[in-house]
Design a protein around this ligand. Structure first.
Ligand SMILES: Cc1cc2nc3c(=O)[nH]c(=O)nc-3n(C[C@H](O)[C@H](O)[C@H](O)COP(=O)(O)OP(=O)(O)OC[C@H]3O[C@@H](n4cnc5c(N)ncnc54)[C@H](O)[C@@H]3O)c2cc1C
Length: 369
C-alpha cells in the first residue's frame, strides 16, 4: 500500500508539493482552511527573478532560487500538461534599472559574482536600456539586463496546480475552517472543525505566514510572520512594455492579458489584507519615475497579500528531527512562486527518503530552536 501523506496548506507551496508527491507514487491529501491559492500565492506578481531580487550575496538561498528558475521551463510545461490547462509563462527578461551614478558600480559587482553561476547579464547604458524599453524615463541612467528572468500569471498558475493535483488523484479539501493536529508520533491525525478525521503516515506543513501556529504544539521556535505586500495594476496596451522593470523602489510586470502589475510595498499589519492609501501611494509616488506615462494613469485594481517572512530571510524546509513524520516547508517570503518548483522536488525527495539534489542545510527548520 502506498504511503499516505497530508499536506497542510493549499497555497503555491502546498499544491506544487502535493502534485510532485503524487508523481512519486504517494497517496496525497491537501487540507486547506480557506480557499486554494486564496492568500499570498494568489496575490503575487509572479516574477521568477532571483538575479534582480538577490543582489548582495551568492549564498545557498541564491542557489536554491537559481535552481528553481532553471527548473521552470520544464516544470511549467509539466503542470500545464497534467492540469490540461494553461497559464501565462513569459520569458520576458528583466531590466534592473538604476538612477544614480553610484549604483552603476553595484551592477558590475552583481554581474561579477553572478557570472560564476552562469548567469547571463549585460550592463547597459541609458541609450541601450531605452532601446530595449523606449517608454522608460530619461532619469534611468543604466540597467542590468537579465534575459533569463521570467514571470507567470500567479493566480492561473496556482489554479493549474490545483487542477494538476485533482487530475492526478490528490484528495483536495478546502474551506475546512480550523484544523487540529492531534497525533504526529505513532501516525498523523488531523481533525477538522466539523469532526472529520484525516489520517496519514507523514505530514507536510506548508501553511505560509500561519506556520508559526505550530510552535507551541511542536515545542519549536518558528519565527515566521506576515509582511503585507500591497500591489496594484494598470490597463496597458499589449506589447507596450516587454521586460520586467525592476528598481530599488519597486517593479512593473506587463502581463499578456493587458495589465501592468506594479508592486509591492512592505509593511507589518498582522494578518490584515486590506489595502491602504499610504501603501498604494508608496507605489504611485514613484512608478512614473520608471514609466512617465503612469503619471496620467490610475490603477484599476489594488490588492494585498501576506508574505511569509522569517527571522533570517530564509525559508524553513526540512524534516523535523524532533518529529520525524513531519516535513516543514514554509517561510518563502518574497520568492514563493519562484521557489515552488525546487521546493516541491526537495520535499518530495525527503518524503520518499531520498537525498534532495540541492543542499537544504541552510534551511533546517529547527535552526531557531
Ligand atoms: C504582493 C505580493 C507580491 C509577490 N510577488 C512575488 C513574485 O513576484 N514572485 C515570487 O516568487 N513570489 C512573490 N510573492 C511571494 C509569494 O506570494 C509567497 O512567497 C508564496 O505565495 C508563499 O506561498 P505559500 O503557499 O507558502 O503561502 P500561501 O499562499 O499564503 O498559502 C498558505 C495557505 O495555508 C493556509 N493555511 C493557514 N493555516 C493553515 C492550517 N493550519 N491548515 C491548513 N491550511 C492552512 C492558508 O489559508 C493559505 O491558503 C509575492 C507576495 C505578495 C504578497
Amino acid at each position: 500500500m502506498a504511503e499516505h501523506i497530508i499536506v497542510l496548506g493549499g497555497g503555491v507551496i502546498g499544491l506544487a508539493t502535493a502534485y510532485e508527491l503524487r508523481m512519486r507514487g504517494l497517496d496525497v491529501t491537501v487540507l486547506e482552511v480557506q480557499a486554494f491559492g486564496g492568500q499570498a500565492s494568489g496575490a503575487a506578481a509572479g516574477m521568477l527573478a532571483p538575479y534582480s531580487e538577490i543582489g548582495e550575496d551568492p549564498d545557498d538561498f541564491f542557489k536554491l532560487c537559481l535552481s528553481s528558475l532553471r527548473m521552470f521551463p520544464k516544470w511549467q510545461q509539466e503542470v500545464k500538461a497534467a492540469s490540461e490547462s494553461s497559464f501565462e509563462y513569459t520569458e520576458s527578461g528583466s531590466l534592473h534599472c538604476v538612477y544614480h551614478e553610484a549604483d552603476l558600480l553595484s551592477l558590475s559587482t552583481r554581474k561579477g559574482w553572478q557570472k560564476e553561476f552562469g548567469v547571463e547579464a549585460h550592463i547597459l547604458t541609458r541609450a541601450q536600456t531605452k532601446k530595449l524599453e523606449p517608454e522608460l524615463s530619461d532619469e534611468v541612467i543604466g540597467a542590468i539586463h537579465y534575459p533569463e528572468e521570467s514571470h507567470v500569471y500567479a493566480p492561473d498558475y496556482v489554479r493549474a496546480l490545483e487542477k494538476a493535483c485533482e487530475r492526478t488523484g490528490v484528495a483536495l479539501y478546502n474551506h475546512l475552517g480550523e484544523l487540529t493536529l492531534e497525533e504526529w508520533e505513532s501516525g498523523v491525525l488531523v481533525r477538522s472543525k466539523d469532526g472529520r478525521v484525516f489520517e496519514a503516515d507523514q505530514l507536510v506543513i506548508s501553511s505560509g505566514a500561519w506556520a508559526k501556529e505550530f510552535e507551541k504544539l511542536l515545542s519549536l521556535n518558528i519565527p515566521i510572520y506576515p509582511i503585507r505586500g500591497q500591489i496594484c495594476a494598470y490597463k496597458l496596451a499589449p506589447e507596450r512594455i516587454r521586460h520586467i522593470i525592476y528598481s530599488s523602489q519597486g517593479y512593473l510586470v506587463a502581463k499578456a492579458d493587458g495589465t501592468l502589475v506594479n508592486g509591492a510595498s512592505e509593511d507589518i499589519a498582522g494578518f490584515e489584507t486590506s489595502v491602504t492609501e499610504k501603501g498604494i501611494n508608496r507605489l504611485t509616488n514613484w512608478n512614473y519615475r520608471m514609466l512617465p506615462f503612469l503619471k496620467e494613469e490610475t490603477p484599476f485594481h489594488q490588492w494585498a497579500g501576506l508574505r511569509p517572512a522569517t527571522q533570517d530571510g530564509y525559508p524553513l524546509i526540512g524534516r523535523l528531527q524532533s518529529a520525524e513524520r513531519i516535513i516543514f516547508s514554509a517561510g518563502h517570503y518574497r520568492n514563493g512562486i519562484l521557489l515552488s518548483a525546487v521546493t516541491a522536488k526537495a520535499v518530495a525527495d525527503l518524503a520518499v527518503k531520498q537525498n534532495p539534489s540541492i543542499s537544504l542545510d541552510r534551511f533546517v527548520p529547527e535552526r531557531f530552536s
